[in-house]
Structure formats: structure tokens, C-alpha cells
Design a binder for this molecule. Structure first.
Ligand SMILES: *Cc1c(COP(=O)(O)O)cnc(C)c1O
Length: 399
């Protein structure tokens, strides 16, 4: 039996079936490259949903991880550690916000944002008890907790998981007029992905984020950007909202904050907003642990030292140009920003899954999203030659 078959059988037997992965069993990774248990090499064009923007097993991250693992890994927030203060300062300096609150997974950071927004709504804005509303967009993906799926409009995410959390309104993505119509004196916040990743790399119309930020400001509601997938260089800026020259009241960060080493997430905001939290209001045993903080500090430095954000802008524009040149009967549209591209297939193409399987065969791992979109998001350490190599394969597969 091949190693691949063995692993798949074990996982199918003992693991919950909450995913349907491509049948490739990976065992090693370096930069944009991963290797399966049978020794076949692939380019990783998903990058763990942009968590490995810095590339797999980045040597600097491995080094910091090892060193910190031998020193101190967890204190809980009952005591202080010497890594959290440094990460807090560096993250605030890099992002231009005053305060941060560390968590682990992206969903926990989104939950933290929801709690912060509601509390700000009551304590600062003066919303009547239990009346706070949060506005979100159709097609959103913000994670999988019960509260977060409560404001998803994807039926499968909610089916069988009720009763759901109330207090959310959904408007069409990209529709500023709908936001203006939905916002009330009880609106605490608008939470939005500047580009919707899971929805298929959906870029809203130009000016939407700017308009939305203005509407929020006029109505004294917080503008919260979920940059968990779009942020940290993916779109060719540190944060995707920078493309519209705005500054949110709060930003939610995760995924690439640890370069794929370890779950690290955070929210950043002003003092005024963050100070709604008092000791005991919110927390996490692992949140802000020294291992997480040491890794995140290095992951942020790598983005800057290796100019990965600039690379994403430059090579992303090149990649999109090259993809647009492909003459395929199946492609409806190519969209994206930076090294983040959705290849939208025509209805007649028979779904994206079969193209992803064909790409796997030829050495590229990409994941379909929403049936008909192939999402392309390689680690930002990719070279121009590697892009050319990938485009040649994509050309064959899409022909
Ligand atoms: C991945 C993602 C999340 C959830 O992060 P997890 O670490 O999987 O909990 C939230 N928002 C966006 C935009 C994401 O892409």
C-alpha cells in the first residue's frame, strides 16, 4: 500500500469528516515547495489560506521557534512574559495602531472584535443594553464559532448548529447604499473583509471601503477590517484596506502573523476602543504566550526584511497579466490583487475541483472555492521563474 493510501485510510477511519481535502498527503515543506509522503514535489498555491506568506518552514522562524521552545513557552496571562510586550510594541508600530490584544486562532480574534465592538457600543456610544447591532456582508467568511456562523449567509455553515447568536444584519458586499440604509443608532460596528477570500477572491467596487468608512464615521459606528487572510502582504500592501487610503477603527489579524508556525492572532485598535476591556473581561490561556509572540515578532520582521509586501505587489501584477493572456474556453474572469488571484470559471467548465485535481497531477496544489473559482495564493517568497513555471502548467490545464 502506498504511504498516501495508508494515511488517507487512517484519517478517514479515525478523523471527523469535516473536510474534503485533495488526496495529497504532505510531509515536508520549504519556501513555496511541499513534498508528499511518496516523494512527489508540488508548488503550494494555497499557502494554507495565506498563513504561510513567508514560505514553509522559513529558516528564521524555525530558529526562533526552537530557541523560544527551549526557553519558555507558556506562562498564561496570570504572569507576564518578556515577549508579549515586544510584540505588542512592534505590531502597533508596524500597523499604526495604539493597542493590541493577542489571541490564537482567527475566529477567536473575530470573537474578540465582536465583543470589543459591542462593549464599546454600550460603554462609549451609549447603546441601550442588549440592543447593539453589527453589520456584515453577504458572502463573508469570518470563522466557525457559533457566534461567527450566526452572521454568515452560507446555509451549510449554520445547518444544525442553532440556536444562533442574534444581533447581526447582512448587506450585499460592495453596496455602500445598503450600509447607509442598514445603519442605525444601535449599530456598534461594520465588520468587513476588504477582499473576500473564501467567497472566491472577490474584490469590491473601487471606493466601497472608502464610502463604508465614511458612513461608519458619520454614524459613530466602528469600521472593522477582517484582514486575517487579506492582510500582511497578500494583496501587495501590508493591509488590503490601504488600497483605498482609509484607516479602520479596528483590524483583525491572524494567519500569516505566525508565518504558519503556530496559531497567533490579534486585534489592533485605538486606546479608546481597547480600553473598554478591564481585567477579567476577556482572555485566553495561550493568547500572548511567549512562543507565539517570539514567532510573530520574527514573522513580521521577515515580511519587512525580505520586502515580501513589495514583491507581492510586483509579482502579483505580473501573475495576473500572464493569467489574462491564457486563452481558455473555461475561464470567465481573472480577478485579484497582489499575489491573490481568483480564476473564475464558466458555468460550462464543470466546476473548479477537476481543474485543481489536474493541477495536483502536474505539481501545483490549489484549492477550489465556491465550486467555480480556482484560488491562487502562493507564499510571497515565490520567484518570477516559479511563476512562469506555474503559468505554463495552468495554461495546459485550462486549455
Ligand atoms: C481564515 C479566516 C478566519 C478564521 O481564522 P481561523 O484561524 O481559521 O479561525 C477569519 N476571517 C477570515 C477573513 C479568514 O480568512
Amino acid at each position: 500500500m502506498s504511504n498516501t493510501k495508508h494515511c488517507i485510510e487512517l484519517e478517514n477511519k479515525y478523523g471527523a469528516k469535516n473536510y474534503k481535502p485533495l488526496d495529497v498527503v504532505l510531509t515536508k515543506g520549504s519556501g513555496i515547495w511541499v513534498e508528499d509522503v511518496d516523494g512527489k514535489k508540488y508548488m503550494d498555491f494555497l499557502a494554507a489560506y495565506s498563513a504561510v506568506n513567508q514560505g514553509h518552514c522559513h529558516p528564521r522562524l524555525v530558529e526562533v521557534m526552537k530557541n523560544q521552545a527551549e526557553r519558555l513557552t507558556l506562562t498564561s496571562r496570570a504572569f507576564r512574559n518578556d515577549q508579549l510586550p515586544e510584540l505588542a510594541r512592534e505590531l502597533c508600530e508596524v500597523t499604526g495602531f495604539e493597542k493590541m490584544l493577542p489571541m490564537n486562532s482567527g475566529a477567536e480574534a473575530v470573537e474578540t472584535a465582536v465583543k470589543a465592538a459591542r462593549k464599546w457600543g454600550y460603554k462609549v456610544k451609549g447603546i441601550e443594553d442588549d440592543k447593539a447591532e453589527i453589520i456584515v456582508c453577504a458572502g463573508n467568511f469570518h470563522g466557525r464559532t457559533v457566534t461567527i456562523i450566526s452572521f454568515s449567509d452560507e446555509p451549510q455553515y449554520k445547518d444544525g448548529f442553532g440556536p444562533l447568536t442574534p444581533g447581526f444584519k447582512i448587506i450585499p458586499y460592495g453596496d455602500a447604499e445598503a450600509l447607509a440604509a442598514a445603519i442605525t443608532k444601535n449599530t456598534a460596528a461594520f465588520i468587513v473583509e476588504p477582499i473576500q477570500g473564501e467567497s472566491g477572491v472577490v474584490v469590491p467596487r473601487e471606493g466601497f471601503l472608502k464610502d463604508a468608512a465614511k458612513i461608519c464615521k458619520e454614524n459613530n459606528a466602528l469600521f472593522i477590517a477582517d484582514e486575517i487572510q487579506a492582510g500582511l502582504g497578500r494583496t501587495g500592501k501590508l493591509f488590503a484596506y490601504e488600497h483605498e487610503g482609509i484607516k479602520p477603527d479596528m483590524v483583525i489579524i491572524g494567519k500569516a502573523l505566525s508565518g504558519g508556525m503556530y496559531p497567533v492572532s490579534a486585534i489592533v485598535a485605538s486606546k479608546e476602543i481597547m480600553n473598554v476591556f478591564n481585567p477579567g473581561d476577556h482572555g485566553s490561556t495561550y493568547g500572548g504566550n511567549p512562543l507565539a509572540c517570539a514567532v510573530a515578532r520574527e514573522a513580521l520582521k521577515i515580511l519587512q526584511d525580505e520586502k515580501l509586501i513589495e514583491k507581492s505587489a510586483e509579482l502579483g501584477a505580473y501573475l495576473i497579466d500572464e493569467l489574462k493572456k491564457i486563452n481558455s474556453p473555461h475561464v470567465e474572469l481573472i480577478r485579484g490583487k497582489g499575489l491573490w488571484v481568483g480564476i473564475v470559471l464558466k458555468k460550462t467548465a464543470g466546476g473548479a475541483r477537476r481543474f485543481c485535481e489536474a493541477l495536483q497531477e502536474k505539481g501545483i496544489l490549489a484549492k477550489e472555492t465556491h465550486e467555480n473559482v480556482i484560488r491562487i495564493a502562493p507564499p510571497l517568497v515565490i520567484t518570477k521563474q516559479e511563476i512562469d513555471q506555474a503559468v505554463a502548467i495552468l495554461k495546459e490545464v485550462l486549455a
